[in-house]
Design a protein around this ligand. Structure first.
Ligand code: GDP
Ligand code: MN
Length: 442
């Protein structure tokens, strides 16, 4: 099922940092992975409609004297707790009410697009009673919630364990305001995380007695999982200590799970690619994948059609430099054939916010004249949403490379047939022309 794996840029909380191609999974799938590696996680059930809520509540709380469950929206974004999409419930009716709210509202948090995300799946899990943490120095009393993650640190070129005593919600704020509250421990490139390191981190987190060994064991297992599954992020936030009940000591337990995986490693992990959820992916991005195009939707209004990922990034940068906002990242790859360009045009223009398109192609082995003919054919045959043929929005084409003069001559000849088309002499000229044309059209 690799075809349905969405390749996307990690968007750094939607703020547009183009970093790594990754695949994400839902929390309940992440919890299953943790459990498979022996990390304690409360049991849960996934529901896709309101009807399942009450019975899921009964199933996951069966045998508890004081039944308590947590209903959680399964979307590829965090910040659910604060948005009201993580709810503790004590009765089947409360579980149903929480489910009704989540199914009928979009989840909006700083990590989602402004319009939020539709919720189609909920996890109903057995809830834990989190142990109290007394006031410490200037910090008010709270709960025993910790942050734990493994990721790759580009600065030190190492995988690192990141941990904090101030887990739960708002870890980003803690990292920003009080970086000293974040513990970082590098993993050895060959031998990975070592037991003594994990125990030292557990002690630094303020854990005591048996909880030190339990937390260290969670860290070791998480590090193993991270390496074996080619993750780019394996995060448990929060990792909690549960309350002691009736003389039985509390235990270190994971109650949230967030994973992303390195796209370049996915071919080794059919078990991971089979977890991809097309409902959580952008439909245009999935469609592009079927045609071997790499397409990432962004928030601007200038569509970009480019060959090569580096050139695509340079194109987005130069558009921004000229005051425009790119609507997408689109890499047609090496070919830039008529078929690929036609498909790329229709994917770009299926986004109603696109008010102009910039094509930036470097002809290498593929000659510019062939590419130009492909662009012209695609643009003249382009079918608009109203059924009419031919390009309607401004189009600026910049070609460079093998046979560029012949390519430009073809574009010049075709101008009468594609009236909205202009040629860009170079990257800067093309960017300023498309930005001006789109601004004029407003
Ligand atoms: P996120 O906000 O999307 O990261 O969702 P989380 O799963 O991390 O839940 C947010 C917060 O809800 C946690 O930090 C806890 O404080 C609380 N919470 C979640 N599950 C439980 C639970 O089983 N028991 C208790 N007492 N609190 C929970
Ligand atoms: Mn969380």
């Amino acid at each position: 099922m690799t075809g349905s794996v969405a390749v996307r840029f990690e968007r750094n909380g939607g703020r547009g940092c183009y970093c790594v191609f990754t695949m994400k999974i839902n929390e309940h799938q992440g919890r299953d992975l943790l459990a498979a590696y022996g990390i304690p996680v409360p049991a849960g059930q996934v529901i896709e409609s309101l009807e399942g809520a009450a019975s899921a509540f009964k199933a996951v709380t069966g045998g508890q004297t004081k039944p308590l469950a947590v209903v959680k929206a399964q979307v590829h974004a965090g910040g659910r707790g604060k948005a009201g999409f993580v709810k503790l419930v004590g009765t089947p009716k409360d579980a149903e009410d929480a489910a009704r709210f989540m199914f009928s509202n979009r989840m909006i948090s700083p990590q989602t697009p402004a319009a939020g995300l539709e919720v189609t799946q909920l996890l109903v899990a057995s809830a834990v009673d989190i142990a109290d943490r007394p006031a410490e120095g200037t910090r008010a009393a709270g709960k025993e919630e910790f942050y734990l993650a493994i990721t790759t640190d580009r600065k030190s070129s190492r995988n690192i364990l990141i941990a904090s005593r101030e887990g739960g919600v708002d870890i980003e704020v803690v990292a920003h305001d009080r970086p000293e509250a974040i513990i970082k421990e590098p993993l050895h490139p060959l031998i990975g995380l070592q037991e003594f390191q994990a125990r030292a981190v557990a002690v630094k987190l303020g854990l005591k007695g048996k909880h030190i060994g339990q937390a260290a064991s969670v860290m070791m297992k998480l590090a193993k999982l991270y390496i074996e599954k080619d993750c780019t992020l394996a995060e448990i936030n929060p990792l909690v200590v549960t309350s002691a009940v009736g003389g039985v000591a509390g235990a270190v337990t994971a109650i949230d799970a967030k994973f992303s995986f390195d796209d370049n490693g996915l071919f080794k992990h059919k078990d991971i690619t089979s977890l991809a959820d097309p409902r959580e992916e952008n439909p245009a991005e999935l469609r592009a994948q079927k045609f071997g195009l790499t397409y990432i939707a962004l928030d601007g209004n200038i569509g970009c059609l480019v060959n090569g990922a580096g050139l695509a990034m340079a194109t987005m940068d130069i558009i921004k430099l000229h005051g425009g906002e790119p609507a997408n990242f689109l890499d047609v790859g090496g070919g830039a054939t008529e078929e690929a360009v036609t498909e790329a045009f229709s994917i770009i223009l299926s986004d109603p916010s696109v008010k102009g398109v910039m094509v930036n192609i470097f002809g290498g082995i593929m000659r510019c004249d062939i590419i130009a003919q492909g662009i012209i054919n695609a643009a003249t045959k382009f079918k608009n949403a109203d059924g009419s043929l031919g390009f309607k929005v401004p189009l600026v084409v910049r070609l460079e490379g093998t046979n560029v003069d012949a390519g430009r001559a073809l574009l010049e000849d075709a101008r009468s047939r594609i009236p909205t088309m202009q040629a860009g002499a170079d990257l800067s000229d093309a960017a300023s022309k498309i930005c001006a044309a789109v601004a004029a059209g407003k």
